[in-house]
Design a protein around this ligand. Structure first.
Ligand code: NAD
Ligand code: MG
Length: 397
């Protein structure tokens, strides 16, 4: 157990964790930097990476002084290089650099806060090189859960969940790892369209879908939350993180997002983790584990929430959750198909190319069309991702 003594020792020794943030300019990335700033005696920023937001990346690097930054978009290289060269910060660009930067000896922990399939290769590389992983990028486990968890086991690498539901489950399991889990219950807010029927969903707009009632997140996960695909991805993420079969993973809609998830043990006892919806808490827990670092986050008060409510998810109107179950049950490369089709569909919806419900049509068609591979290796998954994107893009156009 963490004691006040070992917290102090950590601070005194300047024995700080050296952190690489992949996707530092996004919603999780920027909140992680707030956590690090508030706990600078515990953490050092070693690496920052971003897709294409060079301006924010430069600003962050000037403030946190990492050793290395990587910008995905190679066209922005000279802009970043010229701004950071005088500060003795090394700058790299491109996909290869994004994946290989995690090899640096000086990194202790990698926070995977980039969005989508792009998270897979850097995460695998970081595990290969023995780095602890704070995993926000759930798509990595959806696409390649078996390969990633197998490699992590081989390398003795821990995957600390950042997703609030999985962090909740992890927090409930601390001290209980020897006790079998009877089931876990993932909570879902239900998103902005909770309680709406198919007719209503036919005409919802991008602007409506981007207004999440409880969480302020990146665009892709906000759309996934509105369509319940996010919960589907999280069920698959939970399967791999906690080594559970489908029948041990339940989903319940809890519109207030105060109970972040629940574990039920074999004696019938249930443990839940609660708090106001704020991603900084699970981010801080993942970075600071096994210690709980003090925080100034607003505290939950029961009297402000006299009724916490629960509902069945509506699988008829929100077909994506059922499609995710289907992909998970089939296994093999099907969750990879689900993810790639969904990434294309969400992008098309965000660019006003398709309607809200057409996202599920595209996912369903891709699951039916792409050839099944029972035990895919990495190259099979890369190929599956490519093929699915091709089919999904044709369906969009
Ligand atoms: P975001 O869109 O706000 O940020 C994404 C980050 O990744 C940015 O820094 C962007 O520059 C970078 N990026 C995007 N595409 C890239 C590419 N091809 N190569 C390199 N970098 C790239 O996303 P987010 O909301 O912070 O989500 C990040 C991950 O965390 C997602 O997998 C999401 O599902 C998960 N997550 C997010 C939240 C949340 O509250 N935002 C909660 C739980 C889980
Ligand atoms: Mg979540």
């Amino acid at each position: 157990m963490p004691t006040e003594d070992n917290l102090l020792k950590l601070a005194d020794n300047k024995d700080r964790k050296h952190i690489a943030i992949l996707g530092s300019t996004g919603s999780i990335g920027t909140q992680a930097l707030e956590v690090i700033e508030a706990n600078h005696s515990h953490f050092v920023v070693e690496v920052l990476t971003a897709g294409s937001n060079a301006e924010l990346l430069i600003q962050q690097a000037k403030k946190f002084r990492p050793n290395v930054v990587v910008i995905g978009n190679e066209d922005k290289y000279s802009l970043v290089q010229e701004a950071l060269n005088p500060l003795d910060i090394k700058v790299f660009a491109g996909e290869k650099a994004l994946a290989s930067v995690v090899e640096m000896d000086s990194i202790d922990l990698v926070l995977t806060a980039l969005v989508g399939y792009a998270g897979l290769q850097p995460t695998l590389r970081a595990i290969e090189f023995g780095k602890s992983i704070a995993l926000a990028n759930k798509e990595t486990l959806v696409v390649a859960g078996e390969l990633v968890t197998k490699l992590a086991k081989e390398k003795g690498v821990n995957l600390y969940p950042v997703d609030s539901e999985h962090s909740a489950i992890f927090q409930c399991l601390v001290g209980e790892f020897h006790n079998p889990i009877e089931k876990i219950i993932l909570t879902a807010s239900g998103g902005p369209f909770r309680g709406k029927d198919i007719d209503y969903l036919k005409t919802v707009t991008k602007a409506q879908a981007l207004k999440h009632p409880n969480w302020d997140m990146g665009a892709k996960i906000t759309i996934d939350s509105a369509s319940l695909m996010n919960k589907g991805l999280e069920v698959i993420e939970a399967k791999w993180l906690f080594n559970l079969n489908r029948d041990k993973i339940d989903v319940i809609v809890h519109p207030q997002s105060i109970i972040h998830s629940i574990v039920q043990f074999e004696d019938g006892s249930m443990k839940a983790q609660m708090g106001l919806p704020d991603m900084k808490l699970p981010i801080q827990y993942a970075l600071g584990y096994p210690n709980r670092l003090p925080s100034k986050f607003p505290r939950f008060n029961f009297l402000n929430y006299p009724s916490l409510t629960f509902e069945q998810p509506d699988l008829k109107s929100f077909r994506n959750l059922g499609l995710a179950y289907e992909a998970m049950d089939k296994g093999g490369n099907m969750p990879c198909v689900l993810n790639a089709a969904n990434e294309v569909a969400v992008d098309a919806f965000l660019h006003d190319k398709i309607k809200f419900l057409e996202m599920s049509d595209i996912v369903e068609t891709c699951l039916a069309k792409v050839a099944f591979i029972a035990s895919p290796q990495l190259d099979n998954l890369v190929e599956t991702d490519k093929e699915t994107r091709k089919i999904a893009t044709e369906l969009v156009n």
